[in-house]
Design a protein around this ligand. Structure first.
Ligand code: SF4
Length: 74
């Protein structure tokens, strides 16, 4: 299992993750990203179907704000 969340203070609102993985990431009125499924809690496993999109978004984020873990975030 893999989990993801956004380190929001590192996000520069470029919009890339939402374009690449719209089922995983959304952004607020300031353009700062968060995870759709659990409102950035990072406790919902990334589904098989979304994993390629996740990897693309993860490697595309210019600031490393997308975090990944094999255990749920606290
Ligand atoms: S790709 Fe990174 S910097 Fe761009 S909106 Fe997503 S989390 Fe923020």
């Amino acid at each position: 299992m893999h989990y993801t969340k956004i380190e929001r203070e590192s996000c520069i609102a470029c919009g890339l993750c939402q374009l690449i993985a719209p089922n995983l990431y959304e952004y607020d009125e300031n353009g700062i990203a968060y995870t759709v499924q659990d409102n950035n809690a990072g406790i919902t496993p990334i589904s098989e179907d979304e994993f390629d999109s996740f990897k693309k978004a993860y490697t595309s984020c210019p600031t490393g704000a997308i975090k990944r873990s094999t255990t749920p975030f606290e």
